[in-house]
Design a protein around this ligand. Structure first.
Ligand SMILES: C[C@H](O)[C@H](O)[C@H]1CNC2=NC(N)=NC(=O)C2=N1
Length: 98
């Protein structure tokens, strides 16, 4: 079960995410990041690996791919905003992107 972020834990998690290029989405409680790879193969390979992680977590991204760019938005629909699962998936995506 996801735990909605709040208070000091939320501030600390958001600060770390923002240091790695994630930003808050205007008008909703979600984070977003644009990943740019060398080519489509790299982008889609990363999406495939991230999709397997997401499925294992039962926590799924909103994302949009054009050629070598992937725009990712993370939020937890079950809690109506950001949760610990968004932080974990963002970290895994960053690690997979290298
Ligand atoms: C029933 C199922 O476990 C839920 O709908 C899961 C699936 N994946 C999910 N992904 C995201 N991003 N948020 C959710 O709240 C969510 N809930």
């Amino acid at each position: 079960m996801a735990t909605k972020l709040d208070g000091e834990g939320r501030a600390t998690a958001l600060a770390a995410l923002q240091d790695r290029g994630w930003t808050l989405v205007d008008g909703r409680d979600a984070i977003t990041k644009r990943f740019v790879f060398n080519d489509f193969n790299a982008a889609f390979g990363w999406m495939t690996r991230a999709a397997l992680v997401a499925e294992q977590m039962n926590h799924h991204p909103e994302w949009f791919n054009v050629y070598k760019t992937v725009e990712v938005t993370l939020a937890t629909h079950d809690v109506g905003g950001l949760s610990d699962l968004d932080v974990k998936l963002a970290e895994k995506m960053d690690v997979l992107a290298g």
